[in-house]
Write a protein that binds this ligand. Structure first.
Ligand SMILES: Cc1cc2nc3c(=O)[nH]c(=O)nc-3n(C[C@H](O)[C@H](O)[C@H](O)COP(=O)(O)OP(=O)(O)OC[C@H]3O[C@@H](n4cnc5c(N)ncnc54)[C@H](O)[C@@H]3O)c2cc1C
Length: 369
């Protein structure tokens, strides 16, 4: 018998869930409140775990079209001195966010999912009733809340155990490459200057993705459009690159969210709605997509939806919890004096234990792949 799911939110989490469920024979309808599927945030890094999920969902080739393979991550100080090099022993790609959203949406539609834009979820009950903002009520065997960090569906169910606005945030920007050869040596570089960070990250054949991270209290540094004179003073070696930054940029403060449970009755909560993660190891979307695919797998194993959701959380949550902890750890040097930060990166590059912790999520073989 065909089972039905209503999904709220058309980001990476919701679209991955739509693919995973539709490919398993569910009748899937996804509601996105915006008038089209789009993503803010320029580029994104996808690691081995996320790539495996994209392959399992049929969205990998399109996502990686023109993407930039990363071979190593360097950390440098404001004098351009190398603090550490982390060679990747797993696949890592920088890609355009919009390309990944479009690829997942196309894969979901191919699998039979219906995607409705301009449709806003307002609340859901554990019994499986979704209320839309226009007052319409829809019943389904499964409701998936994938409505991001400010999830209304999650909040109405009282699932939040902890929510913290973190003391740092980031401006994300795309700039056109000068030519195809620019930034094609497989390096991403994170530069530090005081509390400020500058990530130089190729993400396509045509664009570079820059992520400028600062304390939220550093109002001058988080201003948009970017204050190029200020950032050039912090990173003089990057002044010619900073001069190329245009006016289109986006600032987001980092958040951390933990839920009491990832589900309530027939409602599953996924993605940032369930586990917003600061992006210090770049795994928020990776975890969102892994958990979305695993949701489909666990629901296949049992007709009892609340029991399947409990089994899904028990199996998948420990890795997401670990990812949150490690990501918080790698954000801490922002609050340390430069000498301590240098020591941390010196040790981080040499410690096999720390490297193993940092790459555990990337090396994980996701359920369903
Ligand atoms: C600076 C920065 C850099 C990052 N870099 C990386 C990285 O390199 N790699 C990585 O894996 N992750 C990264 N992340 C994390 C990643 O961006 C998020 O984890 C991911 O986007 C979460 O996807 P989502 O689908 O859960 O939420 P969202 O992307 O927020 O999508 C939610 C969707 O739901 C819609 N919506 C909201 N409310 C409603 C409603 N009531 N009804 C209907 N629709 C609704 C929204 O319009 C949106 O389309 C980064 C995050 C930041 C801030």
């Amino acid at each position: 018998m065909e089972r039905s799911a209503e999904i709220v939110g058309g980001g990476f989490a919701g679209l991955a869930a739509a693919c995973a469920l539709a490919r398993r024979g569910w009748r899937v309808r996804l509601h996105e409140r915006a008038d089209r599927l789009r993503t803010a945030g320029a580029g994104i890094n996808v690691y081995e775990n996320g790539l495996r999920v994209l392959e399992a969902l049929g969205a990998s080739d399109e996502t990686l079209r023109g993407g930039a393979r990363h071979l190593a991550r360097e950390t440098r100080d404001q004098h351009d001195r190398l603090l550490s090099t982390h060679p990747w022993n797993v696949r890592v790609y920088g890609v355009l966010r919009q390309r990944m959203i479009d690829a997942l949406a196309a894969a979901a539609r191919r699998a039979g999912a219906e995607i409705i834009t301009g449709s806003e979820g307002a609340g859901a009950t554990p019994e499986g009733e979704l209320t839309l903002a226009n007052g319409e009520r829809l019943r389904a065997e499964l409701i998936v809340a994938a409505d991001g960090v400010n999830s209304r569906i999650r909040d109405a169910l009282g699932l939040v155990a902890k929510r913290r606005a973190l003391p740092d945030g980031c401006i994300r920007i795309l700039i056109p490459k000068v030519d195809a050869a620019e930034a094609s040596d497989g390096r991403t570089i994170e530069y530090w200057s005081g509390n400020r960070r500058f990530l130089y990250n190729p993400c396509s054949e045509t664009h570079l993705y820059l992520a400028l991270t600062m304390l939220h209290a550093d109002a001058a540094a988080r201003a948009v459009p970017v204050d190029k004179a200020l950032w050039s003073r912090s990173f003089p070696q990057l002044a010619p690159l900073i001069a190329r930054i245009g006016d289109i940029a986006r600032y987001d403060r980092f958040e951390y969210i933990r839920l009491k449970r990832w589900s309530a009755g027939r409602v599953a909560v996924i993605g940032d709605a369930a586990h917003a993660i600061p992006p210090n190891i770049g795994q928020g979307a990776g975890c969102a997509m892994m958990n979305a695919l695993a949701l489909g797998v666990y629901l296949d194993r049992s007709a009892d939806i609340p029991a399947a959701l409990a089994a899904w959380e028990a199996a998948e949550r420990p890795l997401t919890d670990h990812t949150q902890r490690i990501s918080l750890l790698f954000g801490m040097p922002a609050f340390w004096p430069p000498k301590l930060r240098e020591l941390f990166y010196f040790l981080a590059a040499r410690s096999r234990w720390l490297t193993a912790q940092r790459t555990r999520t990337a090396r994980h073989v996701p359920t369903g792949t």
